[in-house]
Design a binder for this molecule. Sequence first.
Ligand code: NAG
Ligand code: NAG
Ligand code: NAG
Ligand code: NAG
Length: 469
Amino acid sequence: METQSSPKALTKLKSSCRSTELVICCTSLLVMILLLFHLRTSFNSSYSYSRTSSASRAFLIKWKGLAIDSSSSSAQDHSKNTEALISKLRDSVTFLPIKDLRFVETAMLGHTWFISSMNDTHEENEAEHLYFPSEASKGRLLCMKGRNKEDGTKNSYAFAWPESLPESATLLKGLTFVSDTYYDYKNLWHGLTAMVPFVSWSIKNRCLRPNRWLLFHWGELRDQMGSWLYHLMQANFGEVEIAAVMRHNEGSMGKARKLQVFDLLRCKARGFCGINPAGKGQEFNEKGQPIIRLTLLMRRGSRSFKNATAVTEIFAEECAMVDGCVLKVEQSEDLSFCDQVKVMTGTDVVASPHGAQLTNMLFMDRNSSVMEFFPKGWLELAGVGQYAHHWMADQSGMRHRGAWWDPLGQKECPTPHNDLECFKFYKNGQVGHNETYFAEWARSILNQVRISKLEQATRSRSNLGACVC
Ligand SMILES: *[C@@H]1O[C@H](CO)[C@@H](O)[C@H](O)[C@H]1NC(C)=O
Ligand SMILES: *[C@@H]1O[C@H](CO)[C@@H](O)[C@H](O)[C@H]1NC(C)=O
Ligand SMILES: *[C@@H]1O[C@H](CO)[C@@H](O)[C@H](O)[C@H]1NC(C)=O
Ligand SMILES: *[C@@H]1O[C@H](CO)[C@@H](O)[C@H](O)[C@H]1NC(C)=O
């Protein structure tokens, strides 16, 4: 067997196994692969290990009938022959590269290169996925070999029946979630989009929790998630070790399903952080005006405001003119996971430059508002990816109240005719401000939020019940 020399990867996985072999086979495993903005997943909950096990036993018996002369079989021959057959099946397990280079160029056209020999299962409104063992896998388990962190073609997989696993394999009991992403597990937004399908699948399947994660990026093993994502997954699933396969993001999931996933994540995160939002949304000041909490969520470095003081002054002035408005200015990098959940739970309107910190919008109550700011060049050069937080707002039940793009004017980039190169020049620039525009915009949003809060107060509020899982 091939031995890779990457000592740290899968350390956690290894320590959970009796053997230190690199081949692992999972008794129950869900694979989703995150490829750009498409997504596929599905699962048939009727597949169970015992069913598979008896299916593969039936298969063995069928084969036995073909392979041996049944007239001469005493009970002893019988079991000897079975042993021989199992041994042959074991030796016939074939490992294939987990990253199939034949499909690398066409990955965006639908065929995936990650575990390319098996098609995804589709279900309406759900992300496409693979589930093992299943009818599609003919009852075989998925086995993975290798822990290369630099080259996905060096890691491999095979399908094997539980009775005839490869010699050196370790059987991992319980449910394993396997994710492959085109992006990463550190960035809040990219990490979240890779995990949402698993949460959705879990809701649909009796809130099943995984025993472990196996994480890949382009078929390369990853041994950790970013801390924000880790905490959110911990809030939702409890402590889960990362040993961790999904190969699509949430793209094909229906809208109602996404809202349900985000409601669950919000509810779980608040519970995990000990935040009780009861009474929120019904707060009024002494003059009977609804409390409106406006948060400026700042960032440092790239895409920070050129003059944060000036921006704060504009918002403070507008907030001061609305009875009940409370302004907070928070530095996103300085907040722990639970601080972020807490700040956002207490926010009705978040105003923030474009960036991963905005993924925290999911922790606000539904129907809360988002105002977003972009450095110059983005509107003209950044492509559709710049609308990620518009989509996120839509998926998580928030209202994206528009964005302000720093006007570009003349292209000052060194390569004005090459948009991609030029965008790299502007990508991490800082965000300026337009006092007139910001003031009018803030005034208008605060007014709309005030009106909807007054309307809301006249309706009875239900929700705030227990989390669905
Ligand atoms: C996957 O789907 C394609 C297109 O429908 C089909 O041609 C192919 O045979 C399928 N492969 C497997 C392994 O089922
Ligand atoms: C930032 O804005 C403040 C308030 O408008 C102003 O006093 C200050 O000079 C500005 N700073 C810079 C570096 O332009
Ligand atoms: C969100 O706003 C819509 C439209 O005003 C309203 O129908 C819905 O009930 C609101 N949802 C919540 C959770 O407040
Ligand atoms: C600032 O915004 C106002 C209001 O939208 C607009 O009329 C004005 O042209 C903008 N100023 C600059 C310098 O872009």
